[in-house]
Design a protein around this ligand. Structure first.
Ligand code: G3I
Length: 379
């Protein structure tokens, strides 16, 4: 029954969507009561947004930009604020693209998130050469102070520290931990708070719905809070699959993080429909070969049955988020449409995945409608 419902609505949506596009462009045919967008539908609950690639805010992809303007009210830069891009050499910052990103968000009155200040990955090589605590402290002062200071009062929230934990909940060995010890965490939050006292400051990580990592994260945050760090929220990245994590584990993470007095966000939401190499049983190497039919089963298109299953997974998740809307402040999809999802190239490059709620033609998928329907049923 639900399948038929989704299919009917999905068939009608492009028409409704077309009308809305026309209206956004100010052309004839606008109606007085446009269909609600995602941002409108969830406006009373939490921000809903997307990670943007460069083309979405520079004018290279106007259709993508129009979709972003219409459907979302918060944006995160997918790559351009990572250390290697924004601070490629000790004495040089690259602000051209970040400035354009911020200008795009401001022009559209959006909640802006900065991603990310301190992360062991995508680091500029020169940072790896710092060998002592004082040297690294000076680097963090310059990096965080300069970037957060530049966008003071304009970027609303920062992923201050990203992915500092191992899967067992212990602290990951990084150049920051190795040079400064655990104190680098509090120092990063202190520097960000000093550079923009009004900005929200977050810890962001993946697999935070896995019990061991969640427990380690909670302990780490408690230590930060006990030391007096200003930490406002935790970002559950939410790179999910069709089977995991269970909604029960997601709910535990929401309630346990919220119990620390933090805002909780799903910051990098996507739901892959493809098999993962580590789930494949047996030793048939052909199965894990790049581009094999087994590992890339939907290269020709997404079957309705899978689209429906994904829509149901998204629906269950958003129902849970609405149940906890008092502590959920934001949900950000990691990409704008399926064509842009990083999952097309990870963990196996060159596959065709369908992780998001807009398809490669930027039309809403059943997953989009499942989220919208939820709001129609439970206004
Ligand atoms: O732009 C270049 C292109 O010129 C070049 O030809 C091509 C060849 O590899 O690479 C392109 O750059 C890639 C870039 O994405 C843009 O597509 C990089 O190789 C690739 O490493 C990079 O991946 C990004 C990844 O972080 C690493 O920074 C993904 O787009 C991005 O979605 C992903 O996002 C991370 C979050 O920041 C943190 N949490 C996990 C999440 C997923 O890994």
């Amino acid at each position: 029954m639900k399948t038929i419902q989704y299919l009917l609505i999905a068939a009608m949506l492009p028409l409704a969507f077309g009308c809305q596009q026309e209206q956004a462009d100010g052309e004839a045919g606008a109606t007085d009561t446009p269909a609600a967008t995602l941002a409108d539908a969830y406006a009373d609950h939490f921000y809903v947004g997307a990670a943007l690639a460069v083309e979405h805010f520079t004018g290279e992809n106007e259709r993508g930009a129009a979709l972003v303007r219409e459907q979302f009210n918060t944006i995160t830069p997918e790559n351009i604020m990572k250390w290697m891009h924004i601070h490629p050499a000790a004495d040089s910052f690259a602000f051209e693209l970040p400035d354009q990103f911020v200008a795009f968000g401001e022009a559209n009155d959006m909640h802006l998130v900065g991603h990310t200040l301190v992360w062991h990955s995508q680091l500029a090589p020169w940072v790896q050469e710092v060998t002592d605590s004082a040297g690294m402290d000076a680097v963090l002062q310059d990096h965080i102070g300069t970037i957060v200071g530049r966008y003071r009062g304009r970027i609303n929230g920062w992923d201050v520290v990203n992915e500092a934990l191992n899967e067992d909940g212990s602290l990951r060995e990084t150049i920051f931990l190795n040079t400064m010890g655990e104190g680098y965490l509090k120092r990063a939050f202190d520097l960000a708070a000093a550079a923009d006292p009004e900005a929200e400051l977050y810890y962001n990580d993946y697999n935070l719905c896995q019990p061991a990592k969640r427990a380690g994260c909670i302990e780490m945050i408690k230590r930060l809070q006990a030391a007096g760090a200003k930490i406002d929220g935790v970002g559950i990245q939410a790179h999910f699959s069709m089977n995991g994590p269970s909604l029960e584990e997601v709910e535990k993470s929401i309630t346990e993080f919220a119990a620390l007095g933090l805002k909780v966000m799903l910051t990098e939401l996507d739901i892959t429909v493809l098999p993962a190499p580590w789930d494949v049983q047996g030793a048939d190497v052909n199965r894990t070969a790049e581009g094999s039919d087994f590992m890339n089963p939907y290269a020709a298109g997404l079957p309705d049955s899978v689209a429906v299953a994904q829509a149901e997974r998204y629906e269950g998740l958003f129902r849970l988020l609405l149940d906890h809307e008092d502590v959920i402040s934001r949900v950000t999809f990691w990409g704008v449409d399926d064509g842009h999802s990083w999952k097309n190239n990870w963990p196996i490059p060159g596959r065709t995945d369908y992780t998001l709620i807009f398809d490669r033609n930027q039309a809403p998928k059943m997953a989009y409608d499942s989220i919208m329907m939820l709001k129609r049923v439970d206004p």
